[in-house]
Design a binder for this molecule. Structure first.
Ligand code: PSV
Ligand code: MN
Length: 409
């Protein structure tokens, strides 16, 4: 570290120890935070208006892993990569897993894709046509099979199923078909495997979505059993939804399995994590860290086993730096949340001190954690500033040789 950061860190440590925070323990927890990056975040993506083709975009799933490895090399925080099938379909999944391992990575969640086949225009697992439903379930089972081949323990499910017009579909039949498909898939899970059920209130269906909110996903996961949990994508709620509240609820029910982090301003914008509302991210981590100290073991275990994943599509920004920015933004809010004095907040809550409790919680958010993050990285032999290290690494020039027109998603 240079002299400025040395002094800044010494001051930070002194101030936090004065607040009763063990900086060594904060550093250890921060350093243990793992964030999965999505293979599709490295490919070309866009909006319904245009997919802009970028130079250097990976041309196949192997090159997506190469880019993910660069993010992990610089941040030390992203050892796994989620795959999406068929976007990442390969002839030999063993070879894909071996490539990941040769880069110091592993394959994380397997995401079936039930939204880009013409047969699924009117639904996949909830299509009125039984043969389409059967085809969709077969794809889900194929993905469970792929999980075995890449040694993944997470099946991450999101269904685009929904309708555009009142009367277009029979809502209760569709509800039951959804459950049947989930049940069949659940039964195929091997020991150690889990399924995460994601929800979204609209899009591509504009009238209704079969799994529209966390309550529906929660109920489906509860009916299925312990191997099914809910995945919260931060971009999948109506404006104004209190996401940290539903996170707390799911934690208390021991049913929160994972996150898809991204930022949104209006809808499912898939922007860089922490770019729009970093306070929300801090408040989500507050709930998780609070649950990690719950009296009930199942709640503590749930809080400790959350799969943190990024789900972003980079339409205009360069993809690798955008991913690095997301990772460092997550680390920043997690670090701030680790500085919350839960005991103090609780005392103020118990004495009904509205302003005191709010101030105590927010005071952690207002602490500059830059010296802490830099020290933690340097102690691990990582660049103190991963973004700057990327700019200086020459990796962008190296991948430019791939040319233009890599994979979409
Ligand atoms: C849907 O909007 C979603 O959030 C799901 O997780 C998909 O798998 C992903 O985005 C695809 O981009
Ligand atoms: Mn998602």
């Amino acid at each position: 570290m240079n002299r400025w950061s040395d002094r800044a860190y010494a001051l930070f440590e002194e101030q936090q120890e004065d607040r009763g925070i063990s900086v060594a323990s904060v550093k250890q927890k921060l350093s243990a935070l793992c964030i999965e990056t999505p293979s599709w975040g490295y490919g070309d993506s866009g909006t319904r208006f245009q997919v802009f083709k970028k130079v250097g975009v990976p041309r196949n799933p192997f090159e997506k892993l190469d880019d993910a490895a660069e993010v992990h090399r610089l941040t030390g925080a992203c050892p796994s990569v989620a795959i999406h099938i068929p976007w990442d379909k390969v002839d030999d999944y063993g070879k894909l897993a071996a490539h990941a391992s040769s880069l110091g990575l592993r394959i994380g969640a397997v995401n079936p894709n039930l939204f880009q086949d013409d047969d699924y225009m009117l639904g996949s697992v909830t299509n009125a046509n039984a043969s389409v439903r059967k085809k969709a379930v077969e794809h889900l089972l194929e993905c469970v099979d792929i999980m075995g081949k890449v040694q993944s323990n997470l099946l991450s499910l999101w269904f685009a199923d929904g309708t555009n017009y009142p009367g277009q579909g029979h809502l209760r039949d569709r509800k039951r078909w959804m459950h049947e498909a989930l049940e069949e898939t659940y039964e195929a899970l091997q020991p150690g495997m889990k399924m995460l059920i994601e929800y979204k209130f609209f899009e591509p269906g504009f009238y209704h979505t079969d799994l529209a909110d966390w309550g529906m996903a929660f109920q489906a996961a509860t009916k299925l059993g312990p191997k099914a949990e809910v995945l919260v994508d931060t971009g999948h709620h109506a404006q104004g939804t209190n996401v940290e509240h539903l996170v707390a609820y799911l934690l208390d029910e021991a049913k929160l399995g994972g996150f898809h982090f991204n930022s949104r301003k209006y809808a499912d914008d898939d922007l860089i994590v922490g770019s729009i509302n970093p306070y929300e991210l801090f408040l989500i981590f507050y709930q998780i860290l609070d649950a990690a100290q719950d009296a009930r073991q199942e709640v503590r275990q749930t809080a400790e086993n959350i799969a943190y994943m990024i789900d972003q599509s980079h339409a205009i920004e360069p993809k690798i730096p955008a991913m690095i920015r997301s990772v460092t933004n997550i680390q920043t809010q997690y670090a701030k949340a680790l500085l919350i004095r839960h005991g103090e907040v609780q005392k103020l809550q118990e004495s009904n001190d509205v302003l005191g409790a709010e101030q105590e919680l927010r005071s952690a958010y207002e602490i500059d954690v830059t010296p802490l993050l830099m020290a933690m990285r340097e102690e691990r032999g990582l660049p103190a500033d991963p973004m700057q290290a990327y700019t200086q690494s020459g990796y962008a020039d190296k991948i430019a040789a791939r040319g233009i027109g890599g994979s979409s998603w």
